[in-house]
Design a protein around this ligand. Structure first.
Ligand SMILES: Cc1cc2nc3c(=O)[nH]c(=O)nc-3n(C[C@H](O)[C@H](O)[C@H](O)COP(=O)(O)OP(=O)(O)OC[C@H]3O[C@@H](n4cnc5c(N)ncnc54)[C@H](O)[C@@H]3O)c2cc1C
Length: 569
């Protein structure tokens, strides 16, 4: 069997890749081999908002929305300094408007996520890939990957068939069959060694009902680990316990006893499952963070979980799988156009995936070290903090979090998908991150480009990879694009913050009619300035003859990579 692209695995990574390849080039011959026959159960149910945009791009948002999954508006945590619950929201819950479902991908729904039953979600996605023209073979395992040095030369299927393709993509999740065949090693950047124990429940009560179908997931610490509570359908809820593997070995209980003990001890979960029925599908899996040492080679790519994994505390795995698949699709399409250097395209793909996975692993570590609710695990979090070199002073924590730079090439300005403002808002609960703003004591913000050089960075948009300019200095990168471009232009004109905000505000008033959008854009520009300061691109000082300026927005919602500002001051 010959095809252009052979994809191993029909999970979210494989079906996203297949769908986007066919969307942008219907002539491509794309095959997806999936060893299971869907629907099949899978853990990883709490999604993040950036996925919604990719679903819309794939042309499958309406199908996912029609499945009537709960809408994730945020998360409730018992985590950090105090035992009290606190919320993190994608948009303020009280602003969530009650609207009928199924809804379109517009307005508030562009900021929310889904909580999904993966047996349904993955089936919707794989069927969609087939509808777009992918040759989807379910119940057919890839039994071997043939290689020659760094090239893949073919796949062998359980049926005895052989597959020859121009590109091979490993989307086989934790099997990593192609990765293993090529002998690609893995790094384990974190010393977290957790296991997860989970089951499904019918008719558990939701903690919150927001509008039509909206809710929060819950992440609740118990002294020796944490519980997730994720409604994944109108009546079905996923409840899991995460504990260090060491703790499980020493606790003297079997998996079932430990699971039920945790559910019984956590009052909130206990109340919510009072009238619920357990499905008795108890499953245990290890969830150790890792990163594959290579992500792309001569004619192959790794995407999704086979390329790396970050602890589930951030609910980011499926998001990273969708994003990697999207960037892989664009890279293959661009390789076929033959306009950009092939090595540069693969190098950019690899660098972007590596940075994303590493940042999430680092941010996951930070979450664990900042949790004082782990009564039996104090030693564990202390050791973890020492292992990663994280002293618990706010300055050290801030510098450590930023050790890949607060600004990354995806035009974001935060860490682990969280904006700087969100990290600061969380630090009220987690502690140990510097929270003061540079605007509190400074009014002069001066660009410092000393020692910077230029580099071409990949800009992934609308099926294309484009070359955009960015500055680099050491490990810091400064994209000259979107909102960064706007802010850099302003900083070249003035370093006085009051003047700068004045110019920006009047440009916004001239170009953007809607007040809420103007405020949002101003807020983003301010975040960019703060990220530039944190990464050393802007030096700030105080001029006693000029006033200080105070930002008006105090952030309590999560903001993910946003569309670039289109403003031209
Ligand atoms: C305990 C735990 C909790 C998690 N919680 C979350 C969460 O809340 N939110 C989140 O976003 N992520 C979470 N994740 C991560 C999430 O599950 C994964 O990141 C996600 O499923 C990765 O998608 P994928 O498409 O790469 O792989 P998968 O979804 O695993 O798909 C891979 C597919 O490849 C197939 N396959 C494997 N080998 C072969 C072969 N040889 N031939 C053919 N087919 C093959 C498999 O059958 C499978 O269908 C969690 C993970 C764990 C372990």
């Amino acid at each position: 069997m010959d095809c252009d692209v052979a994809i191993i695995g029909g999970g979210p990574a494989g079906s996203t890749l297949g769908s986007l390849l066919k969307k942008y080039n219907p002539q491509l011959n794309v095959a997806i081999f999936e060893r299971e026959t869907f629907p099949r159960e899978h853990v990883g149910e709490s999604l993040l908002p950036p996925i919604s945009r990719i679903l819309e791009e794939m042309g499958c948002w309406d199908k996912v929305e029609a499945a009537n999954f709960p809408i994730k508006v945020g998360a409730t945590f018992r985590w950090g300094k105090q035992p009290e619950l606190w919320n993190f929201e994608f948009l303020p819950a009280e602003q969530f408007v009650e609207e009928p479902r199924p809804a379109k991908y517009v307005g508030q729904r562009t900021r929310t996520a889904f909580q999904v039953d993966r047996s349904v979600y993955d089936t919707v996605l794989l069927d969609h890939a087939a509808e777009l023209g992918c040759d989807v073979r379910q119940g057919l395992k890839v039994s071997a990957v043939k290689t020659d040095d760094d090239a893949v030369t073919g796949l062998e299927l359980e049926s005895g068939e052989t597959v020859n393709a121009r590109y091979y993509v490993d989307a086989s999740g934790n099997s990593g069959i192609l990765r293993r065949a090529l002998g690609i090693g893995c790094q384990y950047p974190s010393t977290l060694r957790n296991i997860a124990i989970y089951d499904y429940w019918q008719n558990a009560e939701w903690a919150f009902k927001i509008g039509v179908g909206g809710t929060f997931i819950s992440v609740l610490s118990v002294g020796y680990g944490w519980l997730w509570f994720i409604p994944i359908g109108p009546t079905r809820t996923s409840i899991g316990l995460v504990v260090p593997a060491e703790y499980y070995k020493k606790c003297g209980k079997n998996i079932d006893e430990l699971y039920l003990q945790a559910l019984g001890e956590e009052g909130i979960v206990r109340d919510r499952i009072k009238n619920a029925t357990r499905e008795n599908k108890l499953t245990t899996t290890r969830d150790w963070s890792f990163l594959a040492e290579r992500q792309a080679g001569q004619n192959w790519f790794l995407i999704g979980e086979c390329a790396g994994f970050a602890d589930p505390i951030l609910s980011a795995g499926v998001t990273m799988a969708h994003i990697a698949a999207q960037q892989c699709a664009y890279t293959i399409l661009e390789l076929d156009r033959n306009k950009l250097d092939a090595n540069w395209l693969k190098h950019e793909f690899q660098a972007r995936q590596t940075q994303r996975i590493k940042t999430h692993i680092r941010f996951g570590d930070y979450w664990y070290t900042a949790n004082e609710q782990f009564k039996e695990l104090k030693e564990f979090t202390l050791t973890l903090a020492q292992d990663i070199g994280l002293e618990m002073s706010p300055e050290a924590a801030w510098a450590w979090l930023a050790s890949g730079g607060f600004i990354d090439e995806e035009l974001s300005y935060g860490a682990g998908g969280y904006s700087l403002g969100a990290i600061k808002a969380m630090s009220d609960h987690l502690g140990s991150v510097r929270t003061e703003s540079p605007f509190e004591t400074n009014n002069v913000f001066k660009l410092d480009m000393t020692g910077a050089s230029w580099k071409e960075r990949a800009d992934y948009a609308q099926g294309r990879v484009k070359q955009s300019q960015s500055y680099v200095r050491g490990s810091s990168v400064l994209p000259v694009d979107g909102h960064f471009d706007v802010v850099l232009g302003l900083l070249q004109r003035t370093s006085d913050i009051t003047d700068l905000i004045g110019v920006l505000t009047s440009s916004l008033e001239a170009q953007v009619l809607d007040v809420a959008s103007r405020e949002e854009m101003l807020h983003r520009a301010v975040q960019v300035i703060e990220a530039l300061v944190a990464d050393g691109w802007v030096k700030c000082s105080y001029n006693p003859n000029r006033p200080l300026w105070t930002p008006t927005v105090k952030e309590r919602t999560v903001r993910w990579n946003q569309e670039p500002l289109t403003l031209t001051p």
